[in-house]
Design a protein around this ligand. Structure first.
Ligand SMILES: [Zn+2]
Length: 405
């Protein structure tokens, strides 16, 4: 047994921290602990993160990331639940491939890995048959990584099926309109090829679907531009939620990062968008955060230059950094990385005093190669200072991490 004494731990009912002594177990073979009482007066106890958008790349692209490396990366970012996206190889779009991925996730028991099924041209008409096997649905409205684009007729067909089935599982949209992307295909720069209008027009479609299918939970992931925020703010539809990612809050097309490494879909926008998204997150116009952890190796980023970047380990430190700078309140932050994703994904949370993380919110750390766990081996936040270094992760009253950075 060890005791975290004087710990300011979050209380969801009170929506505030309270000071407590919390007892937990640990395996002495795994952790050396000199004194069984750890004074935590400078630390905070908060819920573990839920990341509703990761690509752990297994099966098919294990050189970029795999279930074990992905889970470890999440753990060292204080994230204990993730939703894995279906653009693996094979694509997760059938009972068989969902079962196959479910087996793969069992290679580890650190992180709860939920699985999203792809809605595709092929399975749209019978999508309800996957409901017992998946935790969420993913719709790619345009081409990204993997050939998963599905046209609007098929999306509507799948929404009809899902409404009939009475599913409670969320339908998560990558919102970029394929017609705009086609129009802009000849543009030189990546961000001009995929302009904010593409996201806004796709979002308008999703808003209409959310109204038409009011019993379904629709979710727009990785909102990237201020143009979309105007639509979200005006719409205010109860069965539609949204998230944004640290990359859209902190980085833009002028950030100091080589062009190849900046390539992501939707693209990084402008500083103005960073600021509007931070405000929208703090006001709850954007409900949640996700990482869209989409790792590619350094060699791939240098050569083939695919779109995507890692992010699951940086997700919570990025949020803590906004709290540190006074741009976000704890109450909203905990909604954004825990309470709301948990509701969206139908997760029963364990009591906070049994599963939580302890962070040092005041001391910054540098994102460097020693810190980075992803197989990708790099971070879009490389060499930046972030706040909220992770000290301990506790799951079911058992210590999983004692970190010293
Ligand atoms: Zn993604």
């Amino acid at each position: 047994m060890i005791v975290f004494s004087n710990l300011k731990i979050w209380n969801n009912e009170k929506r505030d921290f309270e000071v407590k002594d919390v007892e937990i177990d640990y395996d002495p073979a795994l952790f050396k602990i000199a004194d069984p009482e750890i004074d935590c007066r400078d630390y905070l106890g908060i819920p573990p993160g839920i990341d509703l958008h990761v690509h752990f790349r297994e099966p098919g692209f294990e050189h970029k990331e795999d279930i074990l490396s992905g889970a470890e990366t999440a753990l060292f970012g204080g994230v204990l639940t993730v939703l894995d996206m279906p653009n693996t190889n094979p694509i997760t779009d059938s009972v068989k491939t969902l079962q196959q991925k479910r087996e793969i996730t069992k290679k580890q028991d650190i992180v709860d890995i939920l699985i999203a099924a792809a809605i595709t041209e092929k399975n749209a008409e019978s999508i309800d048959s996957l409901d017992d096997y998946c935790d969420a649905y993913k719709v790619f409205m345009s081409e990204s990584f993997g050939e998963l684009m599905v046209n609007e007729d098929k999306i509507t067909a799948s929404l009809n099926k899902l409404e009939e089935s009475g599913t409670i599982k969320p339908i998560i949209f990558h919102a970029e309109d394929p017609r705009i992307l086609e129009e802009r295909a000849t543009e030189q720069s990546h961000y001009k090829k995929r302009p904010p209008e593409a996201e806004a027009i796709a979002l308008q479609k999703i808003l209409q679907w959310a109204k038409d299918y009011s019993s379904l939970k629709l979710h727009v992931t990785h909102v990237s531009s201020s143009l979309s925020l105007k639509l979200l703010e005006l719409a205010n539809i109860p069965n539609l939620t949204s998230d944004t990612c640290p990359r859209y809050l902190f980085l833009n097309q002028f950030s100091e990062l080589d062009e190849n490494y900046k390539k992501v879909n939707p693209p990084l926008r402008k500083e103005y968008d960073n600021q509007s998204l931070i405000e929208a997150l703090s006001m709850g116009i954007v409900d949640m955060v996700s990482s869209d952890h989409s790792p590619h190796t350094i060699s791939e980023k240098e050569n083939e230059k695919p779109c995507g970047m890692p992010g699951v380990q940086e997700l919570l430190p990025a949020v803590f950094t906004l709290i540190h700078s006074g741009e976000l309140e704890w109450e909203r932050a905990i909604e954004a990385f825990s309470t709301f994703p948990s509701k969206l994904l139908n997760i029963q949370n364990e009591p906070l005093e049994e599963s939580f993380q302890i962070i040092d919110p005041y001391t910054p750390f540098t994102v460097d190669s020693k810190w980075i766990k992803s197989k990708a081996g790099w971070s879009p936040f490389q060499d930046r200072m972030l706040f909220g270094s992770l000290k301990y992760v506790i799951k079911n009253s058992q210590m999983l991490i004692k970190a010293d950075y």
